[in-house]
Design a protein around this ligand. Structure first.
Ligand SMILES: [Zn+2]
Length: 376
């Protein structure tokens, strides 16, 4: 089978995140690219496409489409000649765009240049599994939860090494925003000054700092981070279409999210905040019913508020019965409420929708999933 490598890499790119609210697993890219038996035609010592196979396996494991991973990149991989020059260029671009985390050489010095040091730390801070064939016996003293939370990639999928997740999550470092002294740091940059460039990562979606000797440190630069105040809270919602979860997104204070058939073009150029584009997932009937920009979600304090911006209206299913919303009407969502844009097209807390995607779309086939554009 031949496939368009650049399209597969684009599909993989859409699944990369350093956002603690959205990452579902953490990987050491240098390990994954060398798992040669993941390819049917395993000719190459290293291949970036193996990340795609592992993403597909994670989707099947979670029975969910569009699952995102936190990718840790050893700096040496950026010059690894076992990857093609195009693949090295792609990984560098991902790093510059803040989609993957490149480790500082200096930060690795004390640990024999092993990215596992950071991978296990991220797994613990985010309480997500590690996708790896390693068992990490050398880290068993430091991370008492091992081998819990390890999922081993194999050609047939992922096998559970230890039951359960690493933990505990919810550490205080994830309640603060951190700043790196390095100019234009992709993960911990300062907000735009006059004439300066905006940070790539929105403050609320910042990756977790490294905790070296309990001092928050930039994973990329090895520099000490300073505390820039409280991190805006996030609420994660899942998109379910015809019974299958097709993606997740986060809503944060002062960053409204517009959801619809094609919300990017709905109110002219630009527009603040993120957009969730459902168009490619919709049946013809659903596509006719759902407006280009159908609704807006905002976090106001602790309240997640949905405002209808559609032609045909929105329904909120609540424990007390359905609540219809028409253009301009707002409603504060309860934890168990489900927003219905059209029959079978729903938004709700991920715990309300368990999986349901029996055969999740493959990144290798560039199948459509929810498209989420973050503000830049
Ligand atoms: Zn930095």
């Amino acid at each position: 089978m031949r496939f368009e490598v650049s399209r597969v890499l684009d599909a993989i790119e859409a699944r990369l995140t350093l956002d603690p609210a959205l990452a579902r697993a953490v990987v050491d890219l240098a390990e994954l690219v060398r798992l040669a038996d993941l390819d049917r035609d395993a000719g190459r010592a290293a291949s970036l496409l193996r990340l795609g196979h592992v993403l597909d396996a994670l989707g099947r494991h979670l029975a969910e489409d569009g699952v995102a991973v936190y990718v840790v990149v050893a700096r040496s991989l950026l010059s690894d000649v076992d990857l093609s020059s195009n693949e090295r260029m792609v990984v560098r671009r991902w790093a510059d765009d803040g989609l993957v985390e490149v480790l500082a050489t200096e930060a690795m010095a004390g640990s024999g240049a092993d990215p596992a040091d950071r991978v296990l730390e991220v797994a613990e801070l985010l309480a997500v599994p590690v996708l790896s064939r390693r068992r990490f016996p050398e880290y068993a003293q430091r991370y008492r939860w091992l081998p819990r939370g390890l999922l081993a990639p194999a050609a047939a999928g992922l096998s559970t090494v230890g039951e359960g997740l690493p933990g505990p999550a919810g550490t205080p470092v994830l309640t603060r925003v951190w700043r790196c002294p390095e100019p234009a740091c992709a993960g911990f940059g300062a907000p735009a000054a006059a004439g300066g460039s905006a940070p790539i990562t929105p403050a609320g979606g910042q990756p977790p700092p490294r905790l070296r000797a309990a001092a928050p440190t930039c994973p990329r630069h090895g520099t000490r981070l300073t505390d820039a105040g409280p991190r805006p809270p996030a609420r994660v919602l899942a998109v379910r279409v015809d019974g299958a979860v097709r993606g997740r997104f986060a809503v944060r204070e002062a960053a409204p999210v517009r959801v619809g058939r094609f919300p990017a073009g709905a109110d002219g150029a630009g527009g603040a905040g993120s957009v969730v584009t459902l168009g490619p997932l919709l049946s013809e009937e659903a596509g006719r019913w759902i407006s280009r920009s159908h609704l807006r979600l905002e976090l106001r304090g602790a309240a997640l508020v949905v405002t209808d911006t559609s032609t045909n209206g929105t329904s909120v299913r609540t424990p007390g019965g359905p609540v219809p919303l028409h253009t301009g009407q707002a409603y504060g969502l309860g934890d168990d409420d489900v927003i219905e844009l059209y029959q079978g097209v729903e938004l709700g807390r991920p715990t309300r929708f368990q999986g349901g995607a029996a055969r999740p779309a493959s990144v290798m086939a560039d199948a459509p999933t929810v498209s989420i554009r973050l503000p830049r």
